[in-house]
Design a protein around this ligand. Structure first.
Ligand SMILES: NC(=O)c1ccc[n+]([C@@H]2O[C@H](COP(=O)([O-])OP(=O)(O)OC[C@H]3O[C@@H](n4cnc5c(N)ncnc54)[C@H](O)[C@@H]3O)[C@@H](O)[C@H]2O)c1
Ligand SMILES: [Zn+2]
Ligand SMILES: [Zn+2]
Length: 404
């Protein structure tokens, strides 16, 4: 089959690889009908989240049709339309039972103390071959597949694999509730769903920050008050908009590839931090390097954290869903501690939230498809990765069709 294969930092290829097979009785094999590219995939190719094993199939967002099931799978059979949860759990251990699927005790072959298991990710996450492919093996299929009703299209379902549950999880861990003023840092696909989810959880105001006008414009259509960090100082602007109090809640939807402002009043202040950011990046991701203008790491790994912490109201809450590798040890803890902030973070417990979000989509209350601004054939995947990597206008989120 055709699959996007990781070969090294800055080197992914569309290769022919063997079809996956049932390896355990709880497995299913799914024929993928749509997959997508996530900001997390960019961290891997840029090398800012290290540890990918060459040969791993990329991608963790997928929709498809069950091709084959193992003997222990009792809730799916060949022909069923399914959504694949990006985050994987066993459904039986104490963590899964408590809803902490991202910290499942059983599914990661590296052991119970190992990190979140998900497809197409570094060796320490499994690794499990990913879904930017024609077929995928799904472990513990009873928990990691979700039935899709006929009335939900692939494009409507695809954001439910990862970016919507992540945005929702961000609003949960940031403790967003009725009337809150929420700052969402980053308006990529995850940020867009963090904005939507914050409103769904009762936020009074959502202030959204990014440096890309097309992404901010989308955030504005969701009802967010938008701030371009290349035009104004986002911290000063947020304080002005909130009577100097700051937002109650903040969600980091940026991750380790955070950028510093390149123009505007915030750029001067950021330039003074250039040296520190360079040192941080060198320590966090020593092997990250751009190739031919692509896969450029963000130049300021802690930028979003500093801004979020500086602008939050006293005793406010920060929810971090942006991804940072284990080598990152630079969070501004002193600033946060002295203002009694609560900081929660992690990978989303997707199987816990997907069913209720799918229900919202079914009712028509949410049309998540709008985030998918590009639909490309899998054969054009490398070009699509590069456009998404460059955050080219109009390339907010790419859906990939293996059949085209
Ligand atoms: N925790 C989870 O379970 C989970 C799941 C999916 C994705 N993620 C992570 O969420 C993050 C966002 O994912 P995405 O797909 O939306 O990626 P993305 O790269 O498309 O979005 C990141 C956005 O942040 C903006 N940005 C950069 N620097 C900024 C700054 N200093 N302040 C504000 N905005 C800034 C960028 O312009 C971009 O629009 C990534 O780190 C990804 O790995 C986490
Ligand atoms: Zn993702
Ligand atoms: Zn488990």
């Amino acid at each position: 089959m055709k699959a996007v294969v990781y070969h090294g930092i800055g080197d992914i290829r569309l290769d022919s690889v063997p079809d996956p097979t049932i390896e355990h009785p709880t497995d299913a094999v799914v024929r993928i009908t749509a997959s997508a590219i996530c900001g997390t995939d960019l961290h891997f190719v840029r090398g800012t989240v290290p540890g990918m094993k060459p040969g791993t199939v990329m991608g963790h967002e997928g929709v498809g049709v069950v091709e084959e099931v193992g003997s222990a799978v009792r809730n799916f059979r060949p022909g069923d339309r399914v959504l694949l949860s990006a985050v994987l759990g066993c459904g039986s251990c104490a963590y899964c039972r408590a809803g902490y699927f991202a910290q499942c005790d059983a599914i990661n072959p590296n052991g119970s103390r190992a990190t979140t298991a998900f497809y197409g990710a570094p060796a320490e996450t499994g690794p499990f071959d990913g879904v930017q492919a024609e077929y995928t093996r799904v472990p513990y299929a009873h928990t990691n597949l979700v039935h899709l009703p006929d009335e939900i299209t692939d494009a409507q379902a695809l954001p439910l694999a990862d970016v919507y549950p992540t945005g929702w999880f961000g609003a949960v861990i940031a403790e967003v509730s009725d009337g809150d003023v929420v700052a969402v840092w980053g308006c990529g696909p995850v940020g867009q769903f963090a904005i939507l989810s914050s409103f769904q959880r009762g936020a009074g105001r959502v202030i959204a920050v990014d440096g890309h006008p097309d992404r901010l414009e989308r955030a504005r259509t969701l009802g967010a008050e938008v701030i371009d960090f290349n035009a104004v100082d986002p911290v000063a602007q947020i304080l002005e908009m909130t009577r100097g109090i700051g937002p109650d809640r903040a969600i980091d939807a940026v991750g380790v590839d955070a950028e510093s402002p390149k123009e505007g009043p915030a750029a001067d202040r950021a330039r003074r931090d250039d040296e520190r950011h360079r040192e941080e990046l060198a320590e966090i991701a020593p092997r990250a390097r751009p190739t031919e203008g692509h896969w450029l790491p963000g130049d300021a790994p802690t930028q979003a954290h500093w801004w979020a912490v500086e602008s939050l109201a006293k005793a406010g809450t920060l929810g971090i869903v942006g991804v940072y590798p284990p080598s990152d040890r630079f969070f501004p803890i002193g600033r946060a501690m002295n203002r009694n902030l609560t900081v929660k973070m992690g990978n989303g417990d997707h199987p816990r939230y997907i069913p209720r979000l799918l229900d919202l989509v079914k009712t028509g209350a949410v049309d998540p498809e709008k985030v998918l601004t590009r639909h490309e054939p899998l054969r054009d995947v490398l070009g699509a990765y590069q456009e998404f990597d460059h955050r080219s206008p109009g390339w907010l989120k790419v859906a990939l069709d293996p059949a085209r």
